[in-house]
Design a protein around this ligand. Structure first.
Ligand code: 4SX
Ligand code: CA
Ligand code: FE2
Length: 334
Protein backbone atom coordinates (compact mmCIF):
# COMPACT_ATOMS: atom_id res chain seq x y z
CA UNK A 1 0.00 0.00 0.00
CA UNK A 2 1.28 3.52 -0.71
CA UNK A 3 0.94 6.55 1.56
CA UNK A 4 0.07 8.78 -1.41
CA UNK A 5 -3.61 9.27 -2.17
CA UNK A 6 -4.74 7.38 -5.27
CA UNK A 7 -5.53 9.39 -8.42
CA UNK A 8 -9.28 9.89 -8.97
CA UNK A 9 -9.92 7.62 -11.97
CA UNK A 10 -13.07 8.56 -13.93
CA UNK A 11 -13.19 5.68 -16.42
CA UNK A 12 -11.39 3.33 -18.79
CA UNK A 13 -10.59 5.71 -21.64
CA UNK A 14 -8.57 4.18 -24.48
CA UNK A 15 -6.32 1.31 -25.50
CA UNK A 16 -3.35 1.46 -27.88
CA UNK A 17 -2.83 -1.75 -29.83
CA UNK A 18 0.10 -2.62 -32.08
CA UNK A 19 -1.15 -4.26 -35.30
CA UNK A 20 1.02 -5.92 -37.94
CA UNK A 21 -1.08 -4.77 -40.92
CA UNK A 22 -2.77 -1.38 -40.59
CA UNK A 23 -4.90 -1.83 -43.73
CA UNK A 24 -6.33 -5.14 -42.50
CA UNK A 25 -6.91 -3.63 -39.07
CA UNK A 26 -8.70 -0.68 -40.69
CA UNK A 27 -11.00 -3.11 -42.52
CA UNK A 28 -11.90 -4.86 -39.24
CA UNK A 29 -12.21 -1.95 -36.82
CA UNK A 30 -13.49 0.78 -39.17
CA UNK A 31 -15.25 -0.90 -42.12
CA UNK A 32 -16.72 -3.83 -40.18
CA UNK A 33 -17.20 -2.46 -36.64
CA UNK A 34 -17.90 1.13 -37.66
CA UNK A 35 -15.43 2.97 -35.44
CA UNK A 36 -15.13 6.62 -36.47
CA UNK A 37 -11.67 7.74 -37.71
CA UNK A 38 -10.80 10.86 -35.72
CA UNK A 39 -7.20 11.08 -36.99
CA UNK A 40 -4.91 8.93 -39.09
CA UNK A 41 -1.39 9.00 -40.49
CA UNK A 42 0.80 6.47 -42.31
CA UNK A 43 1.44 4.45 -39.15
CA UNK A 44 -1.60 4.89 -36.97
CA UNK A 45 -5.37 5.21 -36.67
CA UNK A 46 -7.15 7.09 -33.87
CA UNK A 47 -10.71 5.79 -33.48
CA UNK A 48 -13.77 6.46 -31.37
CA UNK A 49 -17.36 5.29 -30.96
CA UNK A 50 -20.41 7.36 -31.88
CA UNK A 51 -21.14 8.43 -28.27
CA UNK A 52 -17.57 9.46 -27.46
CA UNK A 53 -16.86 13.18 -27.23
CA UNK A 54 -13.12 12.81 -26.59
CA UNK A 55 -10.51 12.36 -29.32
CA UNK A 56 -10.28 8.55 -29.32
CA UNK A 57 -10.91 5.36 -27.39
CA UNK A 58 -8.74 3.13 -29.55
CA UNK A 59 -5.35 3.73 -31.18
CA UNK A 60 -4.04 1.23 -33.72
CA UNK A 61 -0.39 1.66 -34.62
CA UNK A 62 1.76 -0.37 -36.96
CA UNK A 63 4.10 -2.73 -35.10
CA UNK A 64 6.27 -5.82 -35.67
CA UNK A 65 4.42 -7.73 -32.93
CA UNK A 66 0.65 -7.76 -32.36
CA UNK A 67 0.58 -6.51 -28.76
CA UNK A 68 -0.97 -4.13 -26.25
CA UNK A 69 1.07 -0.92 -26.16
CA UNK A 70 -0.93 0.41 -23.18
CA UNK A 71 -4.35 0.79 -21.63
CA UNK A 72 -5.33 4.26 -20.42
CA UNK A 73 -7.59 5.68 -17.73
CA UNK A 74 -8.90 9.25 -17.65
CA UNK A 75 -8.50 10.97 -14.28
CA UNK A 76 -10.71 13.76 -12.95
CA UNK A 77 -8.25 16.70 -12.76
CA UNK A 78 -4.72 17.63 -13.91
CA UNK A 79 -3.63 17.22 -10.26
CA UNK A 80 -4.65 13.56 -10.48
CA UNK A 81 -1.94 13.02 -13.10
CA UNK A 82 0.58 14.23 -10.50
CA UNK A 83 -1.04 11.96 -7.91
CA UNK A 84 -0.78 8.99 -10.30
CA UNK A 85 2.91 9.74 -10.85
CA UNK A 86 3.56 9.81 -7.08
CA UNK A 87 1.33 6.79 -6.38
CA UNK A 88 3.12 4.55 -8.87
CA UNK A 89 6.59 5.95 -8.09
CA UNK A 90 6.00 4.80 -4.52
CA UNK A 91 5.03 1.35 -5.82
CA UNK A 92 8.50 1.18 -7.35
CA UNK A 93 7.72 0.17 -10.96
CA UNK A 94 8.75 2.08 -14.13
CA UNK A 95 7.14 5.54 -14.37
CA UNK A 96 7.41 7.93 -17.35
CA UNK A 97 5.91 11.46 -17.46
CA UNK A 98 4.86 12.60 -20.93
CA UNK A 99 4.31 16.27 -21.71
CA UNK A 100 1.55 17.25 -24.14
CA UNK A 101 2.75 16.27 -27.63
CA UNK A 102 5.24 13.64 -26.38
CA UNK A 103 2.66 10.88 -26.10
CA UNK A 104 -0.53 9.97 -27.93
CA UNK A 105 -2.01 12.46 -30.42
CA UNK A 106 -4.87 14.42 -28.83
CA UNK A 107 -3.84 13.60 -25.25
CA UNK A 108 -2.19 16.23 -23.02
CA UNK A 109 0.05 15.80 -19.97
CA UNK A 110 0.10 12.10 -19.00
CA UNK A 111 1.98 9.54 -16.96
CA UNK A 112 2.70 5.99 -18.12
CA UNK A 113 3.61 3.24 -15.69
CA UNK A 114 4.08 -0.50 -15.51
CA UNK A 115 1.67 -1.41 -12.72
CA UNK A 116 2.25 -4.15 -10.06
CA UNK A 117 0.47 -6.66 -12.36
CA UNK A 118 2.98 -5.94 -15.16
CA UNK A 119 0.61 -3.92 -17.35
CA UNK A 120 1.52 -0.74 -19.26
CA UNK A 121 -1.01 1.83 -18.04
CA UNK A 122 -1.44 5.53 -18.76
CA UNK A 123 -3.25 8.15 -16.68
CA UNK A 124 -4.27 11.44 -18.27
CA UNK A 125 -6.80 14.22 -17.87
CA UNK A 126 -6.47 16.58 -20.85
CA UNK A 127 -7.73 15.29 -24.20
CA UNK A 128 -9.00 17.02 -27.33
CA UNK A 129 -12.70 16.95 -28.13
CA UNK A 130 -14.28 15.45 -31.24
CA UNK A 131 -17.46 16.32 -33.13
CA UNK A 132 -20.64 15.12 -31.32
CA UNK A 133 -21.65 12.04 -33.35
CA UNK A 134 -24.41 10.80 -31.02
CA UNK A 135 -27.09 11.85 -33.52
CA UNK A 136 -25.07 11.73 -36.71
CA UNK A 137 -27.02 8.62 -37.69
CA UNK A 138 -25.71 9.04 -41.22
CA UNK A 139 -22.28 8.07 -39.83
CA UNK A 140 -23.42 5.13 -37.67
CA UNK A 141 -22.19 2.06 -39.56
CA UNK A 142 -21.40 -1.65 -39.14
CA UNK A 143 -21.73 -2.72 -35.49
CA UNK A 144 -22.55 0.93 -34.64
CA UNK A 145 -20.05 0.99 -31.74
CA UNK A 146 -21.07 3.61 -29.18
CA UNK A 147 -18.07 3.64 -26.84
CA UNK A 148 -15.26 1.74 -25.17
CA UNK A 149 -16.67 0.03 -22.07
CA UNK A 150 -13.87 -1.99 -20.42
CA UNK A 151 -10.52 -3.72 -20.43
CA UNK A 152 -10.33 -7.42 -19.57
CA UNK A 153 -6.83 -8.50 -18.52
CA UNK A 154 -5.29 -11.95 -17.99
CA UNK A 155 -3.34 -12.17 -14.78
CA UNK A 156 -2.12 -15.17 -12.75
CA UNK A 157 -3.00 -13.74 -9.35
CA UNK A 158 -6.59 -12.49 -9.26
CA UNK A 159 -6.52 -11.56 -5.54
CA UNK A 160 -3.46 -9.36 -6.21
CA UNK A 161 -5.25 -7.71 -9.13
CA UNK A 162 -8.32 -7.15 -6.97
CA UNK A 163 -6.19 -5.59 -4.19
CA UNK A 164 -4.36 -3.31 -6.62
CA UNK A 165 -7.53 -1.95 -8.19
CA UNK A 166 -9.19 -1.59 -4.78
CA UNK A 167 -6.20 0.59 -3.77
CA UNK A 168 -7.08 2.75 -6.81
CA UNK A 169 -10.62 3.13 -5.45
CA UNK A 170 -12.38 0.74 -7.85
CA UNK A 171 -15.60 -0.93 -6.68
CA UNK A 172 -16.27 -4.61 -7.30
CA UNK A 173 -19.59 -5.42 -9.02
CA UNK A 174 -19.30 -9.20 -9.49
CA UNK A 175 -16.95 -12.11 -8.83
CA UNK A 176 -16.58 -15.81 -9.66
CA UNK A 177 -15.51 -17.74 -6.60
CA UNK A 178 -14.63 -21.33 -5.62
CA UNK A 179 -16.11 -23.34 -2.75
CA UNK A 180 -13.60 -21.80 -0.34
CA UNK A 181 -14.24 -18.32 -1.83
CA UNK A 182 -11.01 -18.44 -3.85
CA UNK A 183 -11.24 -15.70 -6.47
CA UNK A 184 -11.36 -16.91 -10.10
CA UNK A 185 -12.46 -13.62 -11.69
CA UNK A 186 -13.62 -10.11 -10.71
CA UNK A 187 -15.27 -7.12 -12.39
CA UNK A 188 -14.31 -3.68 -11.08
CA UNK A 189 -15.51 -0.16 -11.82
CA UNK A 190 -15.11 3.56 -11.42
CA UNK A 191 -17.83 4.65 -13.87
CA UNK A 192 -21.30 3.60 -12.69
CA UNK A 193 -21.66 0.40 -14.71
CA UNK A 194 -20.44 -3.17 -14.17
CA UNK A 195 -16.78 -2.66 -15.04
CA UNK A 196 -13.94 -0.58 -16.36
CA UNK A 197 -11.59 -3.50 -15.83
CA UNK A 198 -12.04 -7.23 -15.27
CA UNK A 199 -9.61 -10.04 -14.55
CA UNK A 200 -9.47 -13.43 -16.28
CA UNK A 201 -7.26 -16.00 -14.58
CA UNK A 202 -4.39 -17.06 -16.79
CA UNK A 203 -0.78 -16.47 -17.72
CA UNK A 204 -0.15 -12.77 -17.53
CA UNK A 205 0.31 -9.91 -17.98
CA UNK A 206 -1.72 -10.32 -21.23
CA UNK A 207 -4.71 -8.41 -22.62
CA UNK A 208 -7.74 -10.70 -22.79
CA UNK A 209 -10.09 -8.31 -24.61
CA UNK A 210 -11.41 -4.85 -25.13
CA UNK A 211 -15.12 -4.49 -24.37
CA UNK A 212 -16.92 -2.02 -26.63
CA UNK A 213 -20.57 -1.09 -26.14
CA UNK A 214 -23.49 -0.82 -28.52
CA UNK A 215 -26.88 0.48 -27.45
CA UNK A 216 -28.98 -2.52 -28.44
CA UNK A 217 -28.70 -6.32 -28.56
CA UNK A 218 -29.87 -6.32 -32.21
CA UNK A 219 -26.60 -4.53 -33.07
CA UNK A 220 -24.68 -7.43 -31.48
CA UNK A 221 -26.69 -9.88 -33.59
CA UNK A 222 -26.25 -7.72 -36.71
CA UNK A 223 -22.46 -7.73 -36.17
CA UNK A 224 -22.43 -11.54 -36.26
CA UNK A 225 -24.71 -11.51 -39.33
CA UNK A 226 -22.41 -9.08 -41.19
CA UNK A 227 -19.36 -11.29 -40.60
CA UNK A 228 -21.39 -14.33 -41.68
CA UNK A 229 -22.71 -12.58 -44.78
CA UNK A 230 -19.15 -11.77 -45.90
CA UNK A 231 -17.94 -15.33 -45.19
CA UNK A 232 -15.69 -13.85 -42.50
CA UNK A 233 -17.23 -15.99 -39.76
CA UNK A 234 -13.76 -17.14 -38.69
CA UNK A 235 -13.55 -13.80 -36.85
CA UNK A 236 -16.44 -14.82 -34.56
CA UNK A 237 -14.98 -16.61 -31.55
CA UNK A 238 -17.74 -16.87 -28.90
CA UNK A 239 -21.46 -16.07 -28.86
CA UNK A 240 -23.70 -14.18 -29.45
CA UNK A 241 -25.12 -14.91 -26.04
CA UNK A 242 -26.25 -13.58 -22.69
CA UNK A 243 -23.66 -13.30 -19.92
CA UNK A 244 -24.46 -14.47 -16.40
CA UNK A 245 -21.95 -12.03 -14.93
CA UNK A 246 -22.97 -8.46 -15.92
CA UNK A 247 -26.18 -9.68 -17.63
CA UNK A 248 -24.82 -8.15 -20.84
CA UNK A 249 -25.60 -9.46 -24.33
CA UNK A 250 -22.35 -10.19 -26.15
CA UNK A 251 -20.37 -11.54 -29.04
CA UNK A 252 -16.55 -11.97 -29.08
CA UNK A 253 -14.57 -11.38 -32.24
CA UNK A 254 -10.87 -11.75 -33.09
CA UNK A 255 -9.30 -9.10 -35.29
CA UNK A 256 -6.80 -9.99 -38.09
CA UNK A 257 -3.97 -10.03 -35.51
CA UNK A 258 -5.99 -12.09 -33.02
CA UNK A 259 -6.74 -9.16 -30.72
CA UNK A 260 -10.05 -10.04 -29.01
CA UNK A 261 -12.91 -7.54 -28.89
CA UNK A 262 -16.26 -8.01 -27.21
CA UNK A 263 -19.33 -6.27 -28.58
CA UNK A 264 -21.30 -5.75 -25.38
CA UNK A 265 -24.62 -4.18 -24.42
CA UNK A 266 -27.18 -3.80 -21.61
CA UNK A 267 -25.37 -4.24 -18.33
CA UNK A 268 -26.58 -2.31 -15.26
CA UNK A 269 -26.12 0.66 -12.89
CA UNK A 270 -23.65 0.34 -9.97
CA UNK A 271 -23.44 3.94 -8.74
CA UNK A 272 -24.86 3.78 -5.19
CA UNK A 273 -22.19 4.06 -2.46
CA UNK A 274 -23.35 0.80 -0.83
CA UNK A 275 -23.61 -1.19 -4.08
CA UNK A 276 -23.05 -4.85 -3.15
CA UNK A 277 -20.86 -7.35 -5.02
CA UNK A 278 -22.79 -10.19 -6.69
CA UNK A 279 -20.88 -13.46 -6.22
CA UNK A 280 -21.10 -16.42 -8.66
CA UNK A 281 -19.98 -19.96 -7.89
CA UNK A 282 -17.42 -21.32 -10.36
CA UNK A 283 -19.73 -24.39 -10.45
CA UNK A 284 -22.69 -22.37 -11.74
CA UNK A 285 -23.06 -23.23 -15.43
CA UNK A 286 -24.83 -19.90 -16.10
CA UNK A 287 -22.05 -17.62 -14.86
CA UNK A 288 -20.31 -17.02 -18.20
CA UNK A 289 -23.22 -17.79 -20.48
CA UNK A 290 -26.61 -17.49 -18.82
CA UNK A 291 -28.04 -20.17 -21.13
CA UNK A 292 -25.29 -22.66 -20.16
CA UNK A 293 -23.57 -22.61 -23.57
CA UNK A 294 -19.99 -23.86 -23.44
CA UNK A 295 -17.08 -21.39 -23.39
CA UNK A 296 -14.75 -22.28 -26.28
CA UNK A 297 -11.26 -23.19 -25.00
CA UNK A 298 -9.52 -20.47 -27.02
CA UNK A 299 -11.44 -17.89 -24.98
CA UNK A 300 -9.75 -19.10 -21.80
CA UNK A 301 -6.31 -19.76 -23.27
CA UNK A 302 -5.50 -17.16 -25.96
CA UNK A 303 -4.70 -13.50 -25.26
CA UNK A 304 -2.58 -10.57 -26.49
CA UNK A 305 0.98 -10.01 -25.16
CA UNK A 306 1.77 -6.62 -23.59
CA UNK A 307 4.76 -4.29 -24.02
CA UNK A 308 6.80 -2.46 -21.41
CA UNK A 309 7.39 1.31 -21.58
CA UNK A 310 10.28 0.73 -24.02
CA UNK A 311 8.17 -1.38 -26.37
CA UNK A 312 9.67 -4.71 -25.31
CA UNK A 313 7.36 -7.73 -24.81
CA UNK A 314 6.68 -8.38 -21.13
CA UNK A 315 7.38 -11.95 -19.93
CA UNK A 316 4.33 -13.81 -18.55
CA UNK A 317 3.95 -16.03 -15.49
CA UNK A 318 1.43 -18.87 -15.38
CA UNK A 319 -1.83 -18.84 -13.52
CA UNK A 320 -2.36 -19.96 -9.93
CA UNK A 321 -5.94 -21.11 -10.64
CA UNK A 322 -7.33 -22.42 -13.96
CA UNK A 323 -11.08 -21.89 -14.26
CA UNK A 324 -11.24 -23.89 -17.48
CA UNK A 325 -9.91 -26.91 -15.56
CA UNK A 326 -12.84 -26.76 -13.13
CA UNK A 327 -15.26 -29.61 -14.03
CA UNK A 328 -18.03 -27.24 -15.09
CA UNK A 329 -20.48 -28.27 -17.79
CA UNK A 330 -20.88 -24.75 -19.16
CA UNK A 331 -17.24 -24.73 -20.13
CA UNK A 332 -17.74 -28.00 -21.99
CA UNK A 333 -14.18 -28.88 -21.04
CA UNK A 334 -12.73 -31.84 -19.15
O1 4SX B 1 -18.35 -14.46 -19.39
S1 4SX B 1 -18.76 -13.59 -18.25
O2 4SX B 1 -20.21 -13.63 -18.02
O3 4SX B 1 -18.03 -13.92 -17.05
C1 4SX B 1 -18.37 -11.96 -18.71
C2 4SX B 1 -19.07 -10.89 -18.18
C3 4SX B 1 -18.79 -9.59 -18.61
C4 4SX B 1 -17.78 -9.37 -19.55
O4 4SX B 1 -17.44 -8.14 -20.01
C5 4SX B 1 -17.07 -10.46 -20.05
O5 4SX B 1 -16.11 -10.21 -20.97
C6 4SX B 1 -17.37 -11.77 -19.63
CA1 CA C 1 -15.56 -19.10 -35.17
FE1 FE2 D 1 -15.87 -8.21 -21.37
Amino acid sequence: MTETAAPDVVRSAYAQLAVTDLAKARWFWVDMLGFHVQYEDADSLYLRGTDELTHHSLVLRKGELAALDHISYRVRTPDDVDKAEKFFTELGGPVKRLKKGEGTVGVGDAVRVVDPLGFPVEFFHEIERGERLIQRYDLHRGAQIARLDHFNICTPDIPAAYAHYRSLGFGCSETIEGDEHELYAAWMYRKQTVHDVAFTGGAGPRLHHLGVATHESHQVLRTADIFGALHEEKHIERGPGRHGVSNAFYVYLRDPDGHRVEIYTSDYYTGDPDHETYRWSVHDDRRRDFWGNAVIESWYKEATPVLDLDGRQQPVSSSLLDESAVQVGADGLG
